[in-house]
Design a protein around this ligand. Structure first.
Ligand SMILES: Cc1cc2nc3c(=O)[nH]c(=O)nc-3n(C[C@H](O)[C@H](O)[C@H](O)COP(=O)(O)OP(=O)(O)OC[C@H]3O[C@@H](n4cnc5c(N)ncnc54)[C@H](O)[C@@H]3O)c2cc1C
Length: 717
């Protein structure tokens, strides 16, 4: 801080001195003309001293952003001639600009980053990709103020070296014009005459040239990826979509809505993972578990205690009934009625426009399309552990059918994984009275959330009966005397955990193999590599949903669907970058954990100057009436501002409560706006207004209130 203060004082002193001693009189055309004779005499007397002195003055003037860079450049030409003057002015202006840039970065970037983290992050990502091009254009077109560019660029993440060399090259043409004009100083009437409109326009043209060149290069690159393939002359459809999960369904829906001919290919069940193996069955299971646990706790609600019986496979029959009830929303019939051709079969890429389909009812079919969208989703990750093949493990893919076959409720269940799926299912099974052991390799469950949220979740799991073991890792599976064991390590010690059912919930890997991505050389890491428009290395092949990541949620897959359809069908006119700014999610444990934007942990990592505002549901009337008064809302805002950077809600209905914050963040509404909004009494949503009230209370105008108090005292006489 002290260093910064010293720099500011020195800069203010130097700038103040410049104006105090009226040095700017020399930095006008008149001033230069009047004094050039004297300077020339001095130069003839001691050429090196004057050259060095001039260089330093030029560097200092530009570093301090003093007005008159144009005059100094003219002076360079007038004093040292075209070649020497050009070299001198070019280096001095670039070095001075670099100093101004570094000072601005040192003094201001940290503060700006803390106050406007989102905006600066998006500027930085743009600068990372195109910064050098933009700077070059700004430098070349002399209508953009030189000093402002230095100061503003210092606020971005552009590298100092890039800034230096791009500035030097970019300013060279303009410097040349001014130095050259300086060599004929006597004939110069005004500064305005130096840059005619023609010259400015030529510079502007030169400035946009790199962008044109870049466009041409990217066009050639795009052409090059197709060089080994023969493009069909005609296509069967405008768009083929592979996979009928959330991503594929929305893509084909949008494509059909804009009257494109679209074919949707699905090898398994329509609706994909969410409907058949994910969100829908898990939430149906969670509901049965919750009802059971509430009945078991009847006394808590003023009722006599009662016992309730259940048959495990009936619970699973209900789950399948619910899947069947929702299935028409995603059915072949519905999508056909919307104008989508649905083909049941397994698609494999033949070339960038063609897929071959192994039809589910036998036979093969080949289809071509101008665009293809990969929406093939993800599958449960199963680690290669000794004995796992004979462990009888189930995953989220198989559990719904395997458990539906069980006549008896499992007694001992082992759940591998402390992520959202592992936590949701562990707690649900524990509520059925199953002895559930959940193991997690890391220090805490749901590690993307704040530490206190994980602690809250862990307590909730334990209260539901889950034997939660963190820092435990499964290493192999064994069977002895007809019993099954998982061997786990904990701080280098091994222990055996007996189970009769084991669920593997260790994350989900994108489906990358088996359908020709490798034949086409489509690059992937853990997911398919796409640009921000969801295009793979072939611009006509796009991807949507879990196959793209980074968020594996149904609503993100649907969100992708719109971009994949629109960028695929209309990309030649306008492309849209996927907007990840406001992505909410919910983990449906009891109580639920919902989040949008950043949490406290991320605010710290990003070095944001943040505030936390918190409301505890213990104080909410509705929560109390329901004997469910636990949990909290935690809002992250920049210090002193009501702008919402992120919210975590831990409570019953958290997944619904978060929606108000999602809307607020999406449309830049702050906490004041939520506070001004009427919420029904008594509802859970009042918690949202209450947290806004907590923020307001912490930011009340103390001084004004003091005067108001005095005013009221005076009014009382
Ligand atoms: C237990 C569980 C609970 C979950 N809970 C939630 C939740 O509460 N909220 C939430 O937002 N998300 C949840 N998810 C995640 C959600 O299910 C996924 O994010 C979503 O299904 C992704 O959709 P998708 O379209 O990318 O892929 P998918 O739904 O996986 O669809 C891909 C489809 O492509 C098909 N396919 C693959 N390859 C081919 C091929 N070559 N030819 C033809 N067809 C092919 C597959 O058969 C599949 O049907 C949960 C997931 C699980 C496992």
């Amino acid at each position: 801080m002290l260093k910064k203060i010293i720099i500011v004082i020195v800069a203010i002193g130097l700038i103040g001195g410049f104006f105090y001693f009226d040095l700017n009189q020399y930095l006008t055309l008149e001033g230069l003309k009047n004094s050039i004779g004297e300077f020339r005499d001095l130069r003839d007397a001691s050429p090196l001293l004057i050259l060095g002195g001039f260089f330093l003055v030029y560097v200092a003037a530009t570093a301090l952003s003093l007005p008159g860079a144009a005059i100094l450049t003219l002076a360079a030409g007038a004093l040292f001639g075209l070649t020497e003057g050009l070299i001198l002015a070019s280096f001095a202006s670039s070095i001075g600009a670099l100093i101004a840039f570094l000072v601005s970065r040192y003094l201001l970037r940290g503060t700006i980053k803390k106050r406007f983290p989102d905006r600066l992050a998006s500027i930085d990502s743009g600068v990372e990709r195109e910064g050098a091009f933009y700077l070059f254009t700004l430098r070349l077109v002399p209508i953009f103020p030189f000093f402002l560019i230095n100061l503003l660029m210092g606020l971005t993440s552009i590298k100092a070296w890039t800034f230096y060399w791009v500035s030097q090259i970019g300013m060279l043409a303009g410097t040349f014009v001014y130095v050259n004009a300086g060599t004929q100083l006597a004939q110069l009437e005004s500064l305005g005459g130096i840059l005619s409109l023609d010259i400015i326009l030529s510079f502007a043209l030169l400035g946009v040239f790199p962008f044109i060149a870049k466009g041409i290069i990217s066009f050639i690159k795009k052409r090059r990826v197709y060089k080994d393939w023969n493009k069909p002359k005609r296509f069967d459809c405008n768009m083929i979509v592979i996979g009928a999960g959330a991503g594929g369904l929305v893509t084909s829906y949008i494509a059909a809505a804009v009257k494109a001919k679209v074919t949707l290919i699905e090898a398994g069940e329509m609706g994909g993972d969410c409907l058949n193996y994910g969100c829908v069955p898990s939430k149906a299971l969670i509901k049965s578990a919750k009802v059971l646990s509430q009945i078991k706790r009847a006394e808590k609600y003023g009722l006599d205690s009662t016992s309730v019986n259940f048959t495990f496979n009936k619970v699973f029959k209900r789950i399948h009934k619910i899947i069947a009830e929702i299935a028409p929303h995603d059915s072949i019939e519905r999508y056909t009625s919307l104008g989508v051709d649905v083909v049941k079969g397994y698609a494999t890429f033949v070339d960038p426009w063609t897929v071959e389909i192994a039809l589910n009812d036998g036979g093969k079919k080949t289809l071509t399309a101008r665009n293809i969208v990969i929406a093939t989703g993800a599958r449960p990750f199963v680690p290669e552990l000794e004995g796992i093949e004979n462990s009888g493990y189930v995953t989220s893919d198989t559990i719904w059918t395997e458990f539906a076959k069980l006549t008896d409720t499992p007694k001992k269940m082992l759940v591998l994984g402390g992520g959202p799926i592992g936590c949701e299912l562990s707690q649900a099974f524990a509520k059925f009275g199953i002895e559930v052991t959940q193991i997690e390799r890391g220090e805490r469950v749901m590690s993307k959330e704040d530490n206190e949220v994980s602690m809250f979740a862990e307590q909730a799991l334990r209260e539901s009966g889950v034997n939660l073991l963190t820092e435990h890792e499964a290493v192999r599976f064994e069977q002895k005397d007809g019993k099954k064991y998982a061997i786990v390590t904990h701080h280098d010690e091994e222990k055996a955990i007996e189970y009769d059912q084991v669920l593997c919930a260790l994350g989900r890997s994108a489906r990358l193999d088996g359908y020709g991505l490798d034949t086409l050389g489509i690059e992937s890491d853990r997911t398919v590599n796409t640009n921000e428009f969801l295009e793979t290395k072939y611009p006509n092949i796009l991807a949507a949903g879990d196959i793209v990541g980074p968020y594996q949620f149904t609503h993100v897959a649907s969100h992708h669907g719109w971009y994949a359809a629109v960028n695929g069908l209309f990309g030649q006119f306008k492309k849209f970058k996927v907007d990840y700014r406001v992505i909410p999610w919910t983990t449906f444990i009891d109580p639920e954990v919902a989040r949008v934007g950043i949490n406290e942990q991320e605010a710290k990592e990003k070095e944001i100057d943040y505030e936390v505002t918190r409301f505890d549901f213990e104080e909410l009337d509705r929560a109390i009436t329901e004997s469910a008064a636990k949990g909290f809302i935690k809002v992250i805002t920049p210090k002193g501002k009501d702008k919402i950077l992120g919210v975590t809600v831990v409570s019953e209905h958290a997944g619904d409560l978060i929606a108000e914050f999602v809307l607020a963040m999406k449309h830049n509404l702050g906490l004041n706006k939520i506070l001004e909004t009427i919420h029904c009494y008594p509802t859970w949503a009042e918690g949202n207004k209450s947290v806004a009230g907590v923020w307001k209370n912490a930011h009340k105008p103390e001084t004004a209130l003091k005067y108001l108090q005095k005013y009221h005292t005076w009014r009382r006489g």
